[in-house]
Design a protein around this ligand. Structure first.
Ligand SMILES: NC(=O)c1ccc[n+]([C@@H]2O[C@H](COP(=O)([O-])OP(=O)(O)OC[C@H]3O[C@@H](n4cnc5c(N)ncnc54)[C@H](OP(=O)(O)O)[C@@H]3O)[C@@H](O)[C@H]2O)c1
Length: 430
């Protein structure tokens, strides 16, 4: 067998310790597949005296993770610290400049600095691998860069955040509100103490930005994304959606239409039993449209120690085998600037819930505003008959122009009988 492939690991938290466990427990099978053993030479984290549940005694301890970049006994630096700036970013840049391969699970870093890092990697003849950055244990990057490389992609859709999918599933199953379920998710370890990145859609947006770059051969452009999270989703909407035959999912949508690219993360309404409507709990799904393969769906655990570390180690095995691919599937210099498509230019069907005072003439006024904006209603439900209490009106529309829908909802939302901000979601047949 040839020489060992030598790695240094920066970050020994959930993912870092998972990587050590896999490389230790599956050492033989991994060596056979890689054609050579994989040897951990050095490790680094913030604290040197934490019990991490793994034996670190055989590895060099490095106090400053940044020093891994300068070690000449490493083939690859594995960055598992996180964050788009600071130590993680510096370590990745310096490692690539020092002609070391880099494996990372850091979606924020790749989404914000992917183009610069891809140029650095390719210019220095090394690879930047980041399978674990998107959908944890699901090999979505490998599928798009390799298995589906024969296709022109027209769209990628994803349930890309397990925390949100868990919260939405739990809200539906128990009828409880967002805040209540979030607290439980935090206690169960499914949500961070600061859940903002997850519940406001930012984590999913980082992942969508990366998928979009590979799908359409464009520079990752995080600022071109429209992002809305799930914190405003009401248990009422989940119940109405279920009654209408739908699930509410936080979807990442990247579509190329006439040379422009729509990138949006938002709660959407999808049919129960559809490919993405069936993905529940903490599971993630990536649904790809290719012009010859049609619509493969990849699903599995999108986070957690084992699944995420599994993807990190797969990246390391590829490098040990000598497999090196352009970061985003084509050489960095050929990546185009992304021309963003405004959602207002798109057509779609919609779910709209209004909370209105139960007065005569309300339905007629809502109908007239919709008609004046060329919006055709497919179904309408009104619940409750109490002149003292606001009542919900839920309607779904036929295909209509997004900009018309937004304008109509703005007008309706400003009327005095409308007692709270209307809830509007795109219905996607996915
Ligand atoms: N957890 C998941 O399920 C998951 C899934 C997909 C992707 N990811 C990505 O994987 C990466 C790591 O996530 P994680 O969940 O493993 O995070 P984590 O459990 O918080 O671990 C982070 C590690 O980085 C170390 N660290 C932090 N600041 C440092 C510093 N200044 N110098 C040296 N080490 C420092 C910490 O050291 P101490 O332990 O000493 O504090 C810790 O070992 C992130 O980019 C994350 O987005 C995670």
């Amino acid at each position: 067998m040839t020489d060992a492939f030598k790695i240094g690991i920066a970050g020994l938290g959930t993912v870092g310790t998972g990587v050590i466990k896999i490389l230790t427990q599956n050492a033989d099978i991994i060596a056979a597949r890689a054609g050579r053993p994989i040897e951990i030479k050095a490790v680094s984290a913030r604290s040197n005296n934490k019990d991490r549940g793994v034996d670190l005694s055989g590895f060099d301890w490095v106090d400053d993770a940044g020093d891994l970049a300068g070690r000449d006994d490493l083939d690859c630096v594995v960055e598992l610290i996180g964050g788009s700036e600071g130590l993680a970013a510096d370590l990745v840049r310096e490692s690539l400049k020092g002609k070391k391969h880099v494996v990372t699970a850091n979606k924020a870093l790749v989404a914000h600095h992917g183009f610069e890092l891809a140029k650095l990697a390719e210019g220095n003849g090394v690879s930047l691998n980041y399978e674990a950055a998107v959908a944890g244990g699901i090999p979505a990057i490998k599928a798009m860069r390799e298995g589906l490389a024969a296709n022109k992609f027209t769209a990628v859709y994803g349930i890309l955040n397990g925390t949100c999918n868990y919260i939405l599933t739990e809200m539906r199953e128990t009828g409880r509100d967002f805040g209540d379920v979030l607290k439980d998710a935090q206690a169960a370890g499914y949500a961070e103490a600061d859940p903002t990145f997850d519940v406001e859609g930012i984590d999913a947006a980082h992942k969508l930005c990366i998928l979009s770059s590979i799908a359409f051969g464009v520079k990752p452009d995080f600022d071109a994304l429209t992002v809305n999270g799930i914190s405003h989703i009401d248990a009422t909407d989940i119940a109405f959606a279920t009654e209408l035959g739908y699930r509410i999912k936080l979807l990442g949508v990247a579509q190329e239409i006439d040379g422009k690219i729509l990138q949006v993360v938002e709660p959407c309404v999808v049919p129960i039993g559809s490919p993405l409507g069936s993905i529940e709990d903490v599971y993630n799904g990536v649904y790809i449209e290719g012009n010859f393969v049609e619509t493969p769906l990849l699903t599995g655990r999108g986070a957690g120690e084992g699944p995420t570390a599994s993807s990190v180690v797969a990246d390391i095995i590829d490098l040990a085998r000598g497999i090196s691919l352009p970061t985003f599937g084509i050489p960095a210099e050929q990546l185009k600037e992304l021309k963003p498509l405004d959602a207002g230019e798109c057509d779609g069907s919609y779910y709209l819930r209004l909370n209105v005072l139960d007065k005569s003439g309300v339905l007629a006024e809502v109908s007239a505003i919709l008609r004046d904006h060329n919006i055709s209603v497919e179904s309408m439900m009104q619940r409750g008959r109490d002149p003292e209490q606001p009542v919900p009106i839920v309607l779904t529309t036929h295909e209509t122009r997004h900009a018309d829908m937004i304008r109509a909802v703005e007008i309706i939302g400003a009327l005095d009988f409308c007692v709270e901000k209307p809830c509007l979601m795109v219905i996607r047949d996915l």
